[in-house]
Write a protein that binds this ligand. Structure first.
Ligand SMILES: Nc1nc2c(c(=O)[nH]1)N[C@H]1C(S)=C(S)[C@@H](COP(=O)(O)OP(=O)(O)OC[C@H]3O[C@@H](n4cnc5c(=O)[nH]c(N)nc54)[C@H](O)[C@@H]3O)O[C@H]1N2
Ligand SMILES: Nc1nc2c(c(=O)[nH]1)N[C@H]1C(S)=C(S)[C@@H](COP(=O)(O)OP(=O)(O)OC[C@H]3O[C@@H](n4cnc5c(=O)[nH]c(N)nc54)[C@H](O)[C@@H]3O)O[C@H]1N2
Ligand code: SF4
Ligand SMILES: [Mo]
Length: 683
């Protein structure tokens, strides 16, 4: 039997690891790491190694499915599926206006070729309600970076002398990046880990700070207190390149270490030591993980960390945080939103979020559907997301999905969300489509490549194909003139002077630019003042605190003592498992074996107080809902703090989280700090 092997990159996470795919009679039979890939150098994580299992999985969706009035599913052709979606969306538009239709793309669409086409579809259709997983991922960081210094820099771990990981655990969440960090650690770089849990990485750190979840903003202000008070900052940089230093000095004066220790629970001496180590080791870089985004004070907390990065003189230098522009692809934005009448959902409540990203805030969709506030949302089309599991307050989200006039879900597999849908569309896997990848923002290397289609799947369509077909069916062909993915990719590459064939000839990608250092000396920072804005006029104008002030989590023993009396434990649900990706892969046997059941991790003292031991079944309840899972003991955690991996359909931690108490700037949920109660289940 003839076997061929092709080179591509893994499309599961932004690691883009080089992958060798062995094919036999048009089927993938094996995958392994590509030793010639410049970043991953032969590495694939267990998820990448399971790609053959995923593509060939028996439960993959293979035909478009329409729900009959009886609730049964009927298989229909792709042509009928596109017609059905077009008819239902047109009917909603006619009755309720274009903005009653929302389109959402989840994590699988992050930095993928199909996402900007979905946004273009919304602009042609006339709805401002295009949203992404950026409603609860990453964009809080982007906002903080843009408000503070005009963009989100990339941490240059590999060349750093001191690395501060704030609620960031790349060993699990970005192994290729972790491998580049290892190079710095091997050369003696110091490591500071700020994480309530004692992760393997925390065990290796020079300093491990364990704040109460959601209090990172106060911790960062405590570190700034030391850096400012002891004049450990880069005075030349601060004078020339920052605005509002005097106001910052006034703010941090309110955060002496004893006070910060009382808020965060971290030993004051350890905070001082971390501040001195960070400020005293140049170059130094810090990176805030998702747990910083997922706080009700997220944007301001990340701003405080960004300011620490800036005033210690670690901006846009090797080993610090570098501004790395992505590939300048042709834009797909249409000049105007063709026909929309109302503002995007979230625009009034989170104006800066909408202004900066141009997206609706999907955390507000459930209320728009169920309460008609700010106006009714009647139809939702989802590509690559599982809202019933991954959005906050999942109980309410499920109710909302069920109340829509029309829900379409495009996915590789049946999900909790697709079960609520009127139309289910089988999506092509990444090996079954063509797409670009760009290593710039994750690895700081301005390298672009093509992940070519290696498998032909006659039954599934790529998200790109579906969105273009729907656009054409609705009369927007002039905005979607491309015949196929490769032609569209060719169009996108034009401003770069690159072609599909050139990329095809270089599976490891092509470096499109060499990044310089201290580019701000020539161009200034991309903020209104051209400087690092410690004090932000933009925040002030919108009624927010212009300084990175600290606010308690919306739910906490200090902010809501009465609630904390009834729900005395703090749960963080911002943790990841190596085997899974959010709600994905519990159906993949080799991955399920690695983490077979959902657990709630707790400190031995917490377990003793609850009268439970490892393996006992418990109910975890918040004001929103409750789930049942097994106890796991984690020595080295914080007493009174428990952590729950999200993404399990059968024990969905988003039944606990809230869709109402959101970060006032980004609209992000507080997945990191939820007050819960745990009760042992008998029998
Ligand atoms: N409680 C809590 N909630 C969270 C988080 C948390 O830490 N705690 N994290 C948040 C974060 S950071 C994120 S990014 C979100 C992620 O949440 P989602 O955006 O919902 O992401 P996933 O669960 O990874 O994937 C959704 C679906 O996409 C499908 N899929 C995979 N590839 C493709 C494709 O190419 N095309 C299509 N059409 N479908 C595909 C998968 O099968 C899966 O069912 O969850 C957020 N929710
Ligand atoms: N295997 C795997 N990899 C992934 C993903 C996945 O689902 N699975 N998801 C991808 C996506 S979309 C994202 S956004 C990234 C996220 O990547 P990371 O940001 O690394 O995400 P986590 O591992 O959830 O969080 C890191 C650490 O934050 C800690 N933490 C929890 N709450 C707090 C808090 O309040 N303060 C502080 N300081 N720390 C806290 C947790 O204990 C955890 O160890 O990972 C990506 N990579
Ligand atoms: S780390 Fe794993 S999932 Fe991410 S690109 Fe590499 S192999 Fe794929
Ligand atoms: Mo994410």
């Amino acid at each position: 039997m003839e076997r061929t092997t092709a080179r591509t990159v893994c499309g599961i996470c932004n690691g883009s690891c080089g992958m060798l795919v062995t094919l036999e009679q048009g089927r993938v039979v094996a995958v392994r790491g590509d030793a010639l890939h410049p970043v991953s150098r032969g590495y694939l994580c267990p998820k990448g190694l399971a790609v053959a299992e995923m593509v060939n999985a028996p439960d993959r969706l293979r035909r478009p499915l329409r729900k009959k009035p009886s609730g049964e599913w009927e298989e229909i052709s792709w042509e009928d599926a596109v017609d059905f979606a077009a008819e239902r969306l047109s009917a909603v538009k006619e009755c309720h206006g274009a903005e009653a239709v929302a389109v959402h793309v989840g994590q699988p669409g992050v930095r993928k070729e199909f996402t900007p086409y979905m946004e273009r579809f919304c602009q042609a259709f006339g709805t401002p309600n295009f949203s992404t997983s950026g409603s609860h991922c990453h964009l809080a960081k982007v906002m903080a970076g843009r408000l503070t210094y005009g963009g989100l820099p990339t941490a240059d771990f590999a060349n750093s002398n001191c690395i501060a990981l704030w609620g960031y655990n790349p060993q699990v969440t970005n192994p290729p990046l972790m491998r580049s960090m290892e190079r710095a650690l091997a050369k003696g770089a110091r490591l500071i880990v700020i994480d309530p849990r004692t992760t393997p990485l925390a065990r290796r750190s020079d300093i491990h700070l364990q704040p109460r979840p959601g209090t990172d903003g106060a911790l960062a202000l405590g570190m700034l207190h030391v850096v400012v008070g002891e004049k450990l900052y880069d005075q030349g940089f601060v004078e020339r390149w920052t605005t509002g230093f005097d106001q910052l000095v006034e703010l941090v004066a309110f955060y002496p270490l004893e006070k910060v220790a009382a808020i965060t629970g971290v030993d004051p001496e350890a905070i001082g030591a971390a501040a001195r180590l960070y400020a005293g080791s140049t170059p130094a870089c810090s990176y805030p993980g998702i747990s910083l985004d997922l706080q009700t004070n997220g944007v301001q907390s990340i701003r405080a960390i960004a300011i620490l990065q800036a005033i210690t003189g670690n901006l846009d230098v090797a080993g610090g945080a570098r501004f790395v522009p992505p590939a300048p692809l042709a834009s797909l934005q249409l000049a105007t939103n063709l026909g929309g009448q109302r503002p995007a959902i979230g625009q009034e409540r989170f104006p800066l979020f909408q202004q900066m990203h141009g997206h609706a805030q999907s955390n507000l969709y459930a209320d728009a559907i169920l309460e008609g506030a700010p106006y009714p949302l009647k139809a939702l089309v989802v590509s690559g997301s599982n809202p019933a599991v991954t959005w906050p307050n999942a109980g309410k989200v499920k109710k909302a999905l069920g109340a829509l006039d029309f829900l379409a879900v495009m996915d590789n597999f049946p999900t909790e969300s697709s079960r609520c849908a009127d139309l289910v569309l089988p999506a092509a896997h990444f090996l079954e489509r063509n797409e670009l990848w760009d290593a710039s923002s994750v690895f700081g290397v301005q390298r672009i490549g093509l992940a070519p289609q290696l498998l032909v799947n006659q039954e599934c369509r790529s998200d790109w194909e579906f969105w273009c077909a729907l656009a054409k069916r609705l009369g927007f062909a002039r905005h979607f003139p491309w015949e196929n993915e490769l032609e569209a990719i060719g169009f996108r590459l034009q401003p770069m002077g690159l072609t599909v064939d050139e990329l095809r000839a270089h599976p490891e990608g092509i470096v499109f630019q060499q990044n310089g250092e201290r580019k701000y000396e020539k161009n200034g920072f991309a903020t209104p003042s051209g400087k690092v804005e410690l004090y932000s006029e933009a925040l002030a104008r919108h009624g927010y605190d212009p300084l990175p002030a600290y606010r308690e989590p919306a739910e906490s023993p200090l902010s809501t003592p009465e609630l904390a009396g009834r729900y005395p434990l703090i749960a963080t649900t911002a943790v990841r498992n190596f085997a899974y990706f959010h709600s994905r892969y519990r159906n993949i046997p080799s991955l399920k074996r690695r983490a077979p059941q959902p657990v709630v991790e707790m400190h031995p003292e917490t377990a003793a107080a609850l009268g439970v031991v490892a393996g006992d079944r418990v109910t975890v309840a918040s004001e929103r809902g409750s789930i049942e899972l097994a106890v796991a003991i984690m020595a080295g955690g914080l007493p009174g703090v428990v952590s729950i991996l999200h993404g399990w359909q059968e024990a969905n931690s988003n039944y606990l989280t809230d869709d109402l108490k959101l970060d006032p700037i980004s609209g992000f949920p507080a997945d990191c700090a939820v007050q819960v109660r745990i009760v042992k289940l008998m029998g």
